[in-house]
Write a protein that binds this ligand. Structure first.
Ligand code: GN1
Ligand code: MG
Length: 372
C-alpha cells in the first residue's frame, strides 16, 4: 500500500528533480480528488513567479504509471497539434507535462512513489458546484469538444489505465464479491442499501449491450468528467482546459455525459447527508445536454442522444455501487474523511438514482428536442 504521509519536505525533494528554473517559495495542498495527491507549487526565478501542479500518482490504483503518462503525453500532444492547425494558441488549452532534469515524464522517489508535474493553468478556476445553467453549458461544450479533438486519435495507442473502469456489469460483480467477503464486517448494517443496489441489476448491461449491437459507438472518452476536472477561464467563463486525464480510454459517450450529470446536475454535494436536499436538476440536465451535443458538433447519433438519460442514471448508479463496495471492503479505494464517508456517498448517489428514475420521461423529452 502506498504511504500517504507526506511532508512538505517530501514534496520539495521530489520537485527538485523536475526541469524548472528558480526556487520554490510556496507549497499548497489541493484538497480535491479522491485518488491522487495534488500540490500547487510556486517558483520564483529572479523577478518572475510561476506556478506548477505536482501530483503523487496513486499506484495502488494506477498500477502502470508509465502507461498512464504515455497516454497523457500522447493525448495532450494531439490536442495541442489540433489547436495549432486551427491557428489557435494551445497554451492553457492542453495540460503541459514538465519533464524531469533527466528527460523523463516523472520522478520516482526513494520510497518508490511516483511524481509528475504540469504547468498550472493560469487565470482559470475549477468548481465544486455549478453556479448557473450558463456555466454548466460551457462545461458541457468543453467536454464535448474534448471528445471531438480526440476523434482522430488512434485509440489502439491508448493503454487501458484501469481495466473495466466503466464496465457497470463488472462493477456489479465486484459489489457481489464485496458483499460476500464483507471484509469490513459492515454488511449487516446496510441491508436496505444493498437491496437498492441489487434490485437494479437489470440496468448494468445497458452500455455493454449498446456497444455490442452498434447503437452506441466506441470513442476515446475522458471517463472522469466531474465538474472539477475542467478549468474555466476567468475572463470568458469558457471551459478552457480539461484536466485529470488518467482515465482517458476508449469508452461510450454515455460515461462522460452520465458522470457529468451525476455530479454537476445534482442539487447537492456528492457527500451531502440530508437526502431531502439531493435531487437531479432538470434545468442543469438540459443545459448540459445542449452544450454537450453542440460540443460534439453533430457527431452523436440519434440512438446515442436518446440513450443520454439512461447514461446519466447508470453512471450515478455505478458510482453509488463503487462507493458501497468500498465501504464493504473497508475504505481501501476512495480517500475518506470519516468512517461512514463512503456509505454517505453511496446513499447520496442512490437518492439521485431514484430521483432520475422518477424523472426519466422528462429527461427523455429534453434530449428529444436536440434530435435534428
Ligand atoms: C474519483 O479522484 P477524482 O475525485 O477525480 C474516481 C472517479 C469517481 C470519483 C467520484 C480513478 O475521481 O471515477 O467518479 O472519484 N477516479 C478514479 O467522486 O477512480
Ligand atoms: Mg479529479
Amino acid at each position: 500500500m502506498i504511504d500517504f504521509n507526506l511532508t512538505e519536505q517530501d514534496v520539495r525533494n521530489s520537485a527538485a528533480h523536475f526541469a524548472v528554473e528558480g526556487e520554490i517559495v510556496h507549497v499548497e495542498e489541493c484538497c480535491n480528488g479522491h485518488i491522487n495527491r495534488t500540490y500547487f507549487l510556486t517558483y520564483k526565478n529572479g523577478e518572475q513567479t510561476k506556478r506548477y501542479v505536482m501530483q503523487m500518482i496513486n499506484t495502488d490504483i494506477f498500477k502502470k504509471p508509465d502507461e498512464v503518462m504515455e497516454n497523457i503525453v500522447g493525448v495532450t500532444e494531439h490536442i495541442r497539434k489540433g489547436y495549432v492547425e486551427k491557428g489557435i494558441d494551445p497554451t492553457r488549452r492542453a495540460l503541459n507535462v514538465i519533464w524531469t532534469k533527466s528527460g523523463k515524464w516523472g520522478h520516482v522517489d526513494r520510497r518508490g512513489t511516483y511524481w509528475r508535474m504540469y504547468d498550472f493553468v493560469e487565470d482559470s478556476d475549477c468548481f465544486m458546484a455549478v453556479e448557473s445553467a450558463e456555466m454548466f453549458e460551457k462545461v458541457a461544450y468543453a467536454f464535448g469538444q474534448f471528445q471531438m479533438q480526440l476523434k482522430d486519435f488512434d485509440a489502439s495507442k491508448l493503454h487501458e489505465s484501469i481495466p473495466n473502469f466503466h464496465n457497470t456489469e463488472w462493477r456489479f460483480d465486484n459489489l457481489l464479491t464485496a458483499i460476500k467477503e464483507n471484509r469490513s464486517g459492515r454488511a449487516h448494517l446496510i441491508p436496505d442499501d444493498i437491496k437498492f443496489a441489487l434490485d437494479r441489476k437489470h440496468i448494468t448491461s445497458y452500455i455493454n449491450k449498446g456497444i455490442a449491437n452498434g447503437t452506441l459507438s466506441l470513442r476515446v472518452t475522458h471517463n472522469d468528467t466531474k465538474l472539477n476536472n475542467i478549468m474555466m477561464d476567468h475572463e470568458t467563463g469558457e471551459g478552457i482546459c480539461v484536466i485529470d486525464l488518467d482515465t482517458v480510454m476508449p469508452g461510450s459517450v454515455l460515461a462522460d455525459f452520465g458522470d457529468s450529470i451525476r455530479f454537476g446536475a445534482s442539487s447537492a454535494a456528492e457527500d451531502e447527508t440530508d437526502l431531502s436536499k439531493v435531487y437531479c436538476r432538470l434545468d442543469m440536465f438540459e443545459a448540459f445536454a445542449k452544450g454537450f451535443i453542440e460540443g460534439l458538433e453533430g457527431s452523436l447519433s440519434e440512438s446515442e442522444i436518446r440513450a443520454l438519460p439512461m447514461g446519466a442514471m447508470i453512471l450515478t448508479y455505478e458510482t453509488g455501487i463503487r462507493f458501497l463496495s468500498d465501504y464493504l471492503d473497508g475504505d481501501v479505494y476512495f480517500r475518506t474523511e470519516y468512517p461512514d464517508h463512503n456509505l454517505d456517498r453511496a446513499r447520496n448517489q442512490f437518492k439521485l438514482v431514484a430521483d432520475m428514475e422518477a424523472k426519466m420521461a422528462e429527461m427523455d423529452a429534453i434530449v428529444e428536442k436536440y434530435i435534428k
